[in-house]
Design a protein around this ligand. Structure first.
Ligand SMILES: [Zn+2]
Length: 400
């Protein structure tokens, strides 16, 4: 019944790939007797002399003029639409994650980490990287028109496979970030109803360098005072950072880079826990974090035990010598963004996930009560999803 384009196609036109493909498909529906192309056009979305020639032939025969261009809402596309058969929608058209299941996120397999937030309201939302692209699934909408509200911010096109005339829609659409800003993608069915909308934010790449410090205390150990030395040792950090990027890159367009890892010898007696207050990050906190690397925006200090009370501190009979575990890791929100991370945190399997949570604090986020999200407060009980509001704040955080 009708199809729609975001911009003009042909001579001097905007020639968005999706629009060119639509016009090629529409021309192919015109029989040769009505001056449709013969042979049929390759529906490759690329405008050239063959496609422009087909537009001219169609115009001359059906409209009595030819300028080789199809404009939005003008007489050429109106005439082409008299040959179109795109139906009205009969099923719910919706956007979905690129992969229906995320095998690397088994706790929340429907919460893929591709930057699509289906819970965003009033419309689902996608982060697209500036000067890059993101892919998601379009369900039940393969034959309908895909329009961008602002082609200078984001464009959309169907992903197709197969050669020339046999190109088939894969179910995936590609959203390209053209410049930093906000836009939306509309899906229009054959009678012009908007049957789905996707809000898109195009954001630039942000980078956050990470340094790892493994606190060691080579000279002060005794049975009564095992010290705050971590049992962790340098090694494997690049792989951990890769896993952090798997969580962050598509969801926020923030990329972590590994800058250094070292044993950090602290030859002063701090007891068996790093004691601080959560409100002020004082006490023993500054005696650790003053060793931060100035070349990193996020400094992680591995220690044996971190606490916000005196429980477990040796030399006081009123307290147990077996440490309690009220906090696994603490990161300063704002300020120097330092993180102290104890041996119980993220052990053994989800070190990168817990570090990613702490990095979220370094990026200014508070704990979130939604356990499906990365910023849920309890270690080992959280998801990996970063929602729209969090992603937009993180990407524009002044610390990076
Ligand atoms: Zn937290």
């Amino acid at each position: 019944m009708a199809r729609f384009i975001s911009g003009s196609v042909g001579v001097g036109g905007v020639n968005l790939k999706e629009d060119v493909r639509v016009i090629q498909e529409m021309l192919n529906r015109v029989p040769p007797g009505s001056s449709g192309p013969s042979p049929l056009l390759d529906t490759d979305g690329l405008v050239g002399p063959i496609t422009i020639g087909a537009i001219r032939n169609f115009q001359q025969a059906n409209l009595g003029f030819q300028d080789g261009r199809v404009d939005v809402n003008n007489k050429t596309i109106a005439k082409l639409n008299t040959f179109d058969t795109t139906p009205a929608a009969t099923a719910t058209v919706r956007f979905a994650h690129e992969n229906p299941q995320d095998p690397l996120n088994p706790a929340n397999p429907t919460d893929a980490l591709d930057g699509l937030d289906t819970s965003a309201a009033p419309f689902p939302w996608l982060l697209a990287p500036n000067l890059g692209s993101n892919r998601i699934r379009l369900v039940n909408g393969g034959s309908f028109s895909l329009l961008t509200s602002n082609r200078n911010v984001a464009t959309v096109e169907r992903e197709v496979f197969g050669g020339t005339l046999g190109r088939l829609f894969t179910g995936l659409i590609i959203i390209r970030g053209i410049s930093v800003g906000d836009a939306f993608i509309s899906i229009l069915d054959g009678i012009g109803n908007q049957v789905a909308r996707l809000d898109v934010s195009v954001r630039r790449k942000r980078r956050m360098s990470v340094a790892f410090h493994y606190v060691k205390q080579p000279n002060i150990f005794s049975a009564a005072n095992p010290g705050i030395q971590t049992s962790r040792n340098p090694g494997g950090e690049a792989g951990v950072v890769d896993q952090m990027n798997r969580i962050y890159l598509r969801q926020t367009n923030i990329e972590f880079s590994f800058v250094s890892a070292r044993p950090l010898n602290i030859n002063e007696n701090l007891g068996i826990e790093v004691n601080t207050s959560l409100a002020r990050l004082d006490g023993e906190w500054p005696r650790i974090v003053r060793h931060r690397s100035a070349s990193a925006k996020f400094n992680v200090f591995f220690v044996r035990e971190l606490e916000t009370d005196l429980d477990g501190e040796p030399g006081n009979a009123a307290f147990s010598t077996s440490p309690t575990d009220t906090f696994d890791a603490i990161t300063e929100i704002g300020g120097n963004r330092d993180c102290i991370f104890e041996d119980a945190a993220g052990n053994p399997l989800n070190l990168a996930e817990t570090l990613s949570h702490e990095a979220g604090h370094a990026l200014g986020e508070l704990d979130d009560p939604n356990s499906k999200l990365l910023m849920f407060g309890t270690t080992d009980a959280r998801g990996r999803k970063i929602n729209k509001a969090q992603a937009l704040r993180m990407n524009t955080n002044a610390a990076i």
